[in-house]
Design a protein around this ligand. Structure first.
Ligand code: NAD
Length: 436
């Protein structure tokens, strides 16, 4: 099949390379000339495990091409995926200007019976809006196919999705057949496609993210309670998560959720609900709790040090989660801004996101290439992102490097008793209980 993917971000690039790897001919279009030039040279503009091999293999096999030329790309494509960004506006609503521009850009070039698929996360009603925008085309088919991949595991998520949600007009047998054929190779072991109407598909994506965010925010509140009552969040999580009705995932306390999805999707869902006269109290509070939680690491530093003014603070991790270079809405950003505002100096290490941190803070923080250079002479080390390489560090080396033996473990990956036995002042999140 001839496929065009608009947008070479985390979703677009994985989608394009994934479909190319299944034998389709895929054209990746982006408005960002620099990204397209990089991709043509075989460079991958983002860090995503396994993506470089996948892209290079399919690029070399000529099944995956990159261009900024929209007209010819759209004209030869049976299916057009829109994967452009949908960031939050100031009022929390989704900014759909990228989607609108993409729609206007493709309209004059769509071939007969082109299937246009919205993969970006969009508020309910966007499918209708897109149909209206493309209404001048007599035979276009407009579908919703929200993406559920996880950064850090996106390549595997493409190949083995939990489910493929497709929102479609029930009378559109042509588009249903096209999507079935396109996704058939991913459904050989079991049918993963969940068919529904477009509004339900749009809502499914935002509700899924909001529910995951809700679990995280609730556990962060429980962690604060643990610290007050002498309970341990590890134990509570294990006990609660072993209930088969609840399950163990997304129950980890930490410095608040981040990334380009949860924060904006929770807010966008609240906004959409309110425009329809419905108040989603749980979702609203989920967001508020998360904003509050972003302050937790700075507060633990204030408790552990005489003053932040003039202190040198080392951070391990700036990406919003491990195995990605994405720092959008990372809790590390809030922490760094707070530390700088209170007169501290900040030195950061991240295995993949260091360059993004340099660009974001424009010389206001020091970014180091070796993890152990960060704590050298620092008053405290804060673990913000639980990259595997931070999980079992050389504590003796850390003890020697740090000016004060202060460890703040924002992800509860180190063992409190162990760290304290080695002479560190250790604080995790919600670790008020006794080791049993
Ligand atoms: P991104 O910001 O990484 O990439 C978007 C890309 O689209 C950019 O390269 C941009 O230059 C390009 N673009 C913008 N307008 C364009 C146009 N008119 N034509 C062609 N290209 C254009 O975004 P992302 O993280 O890949 O997310 C894309 C969408 O997918 C968002 O709606 C997001 O919420 C959703 N989503 C993201 C993830 C994730 O983990 N990142 C997961 C699921 C869903």
């Amino acid at each position: 099949m001839n496929v065009c993917v608009l947008g070479t971000g985390y979703v677009g690039l994985v989608t394009a390379a994934g479909f190319a790897d299944l034998g389709n001919h895929v054209i990746e279009v982006d408005v960002d000339q620099h990204k397209i030039e990089q991709l043509k040279r075989g460079e991958i503009p983002i860090f995503e495990p396994g993506l470089d091999t996948l892209v290079q293999r399919n690029h070399q096999a000529k099944r995956l091409r990159f261009t900024t030329e929209i007209a010819a790309s759209i004209a030869q494509s049976d299916v057009v995926f829109i994967t452009v960004g949908t960031p939050a506006n100031f009022d929390g609503s989704a900014d759909l200007s990228g989607v609108d521009r993409a729609a206007d850009g493709i309209l004059p070039h769509l071939r007969e019976n082109a299937v246009v698929v919205m993969k970006s996360t969009v508020p309910v009603g966007t499918n209708r809006r897109l149909r209206e925008r493309l209404a001048a085309h007599p035979t276009v088919h407009v579908l919703s196919n929200p993406e559920f991949l996880k950064e850090g595991a996106a390549v595997d998520d493409f190949a083995r999705p939990d489910r493929i949600v497709i929102g479609i007009d029930p009378s559109d047998a042509y588009a249903k057949d096209v999507m079935q054929r396109l996704y058939h190779p991913l459904c050989l072991d079991r049918d993963r496609i969940v068919w529904m109407d477009p509004a339900s598909a749009e809502l499914t994506k935002q509700v899924a993210n909001t529910m995951l965010a809700m679990r995280v925010s609730f556990m962060n509140e429980v962690a604060a309670l643990c610290e007050k009552v002498g309970a341990d969040i590890h134990s509570v999580r294990t006990g609660v998560g072993s209930d088969a009705r609840i399950g163990p995932k997304f129950l980890y306390a930490g410095p608040g959720y981040g990334g380009s999805c949860f924060p904006k999707d929770v807010q966008a869902l609240c906004f959409t609900a309110e425009t329809h006269g419905v108040t989603l109290d749980l979702a609203r509070v989920t967001h508020q709790v998360n904003l509050r939680q972003r302050g937790v690491l700075a507060e633990k530093l204030r408790q552990s040090l005489p003053t932040l003014k003039g202190a040198r603070i080392a951070l391990w991790g700036v990406a919003f989660k491990p195995k990605t270079d994405d720092i959008r809405e990372s809790p590390a950003l809030t922490l760094i801004e707070t530390l700088l505002a209170e007169g501290a100096t900040v030195v950061v290490h991240d295995p993949a996101a260091g360059e993004h941190a340099k660009l974001r803070f424009e010389g206001r923080v020091t970014v180091v290439d070796d993890a152990y250079d960060a704590p050298e002479g620092a008053d405290a080390l804060v673990l913000v992102t639980e990259w595997p390489e931070y999980r079992n560090p050389d504590f003796d080396r850390l003890r020697t490097a740090l000016k004060r033996p202060v460890l703040i473990d924002g992800r509860n990956v180190w063992t409190a008793d162990d760290a304290r036995a080695r002479g560190f002042t250790y604080q995790g999140i919600g670790q008020g209980g006794l080791t049993v």
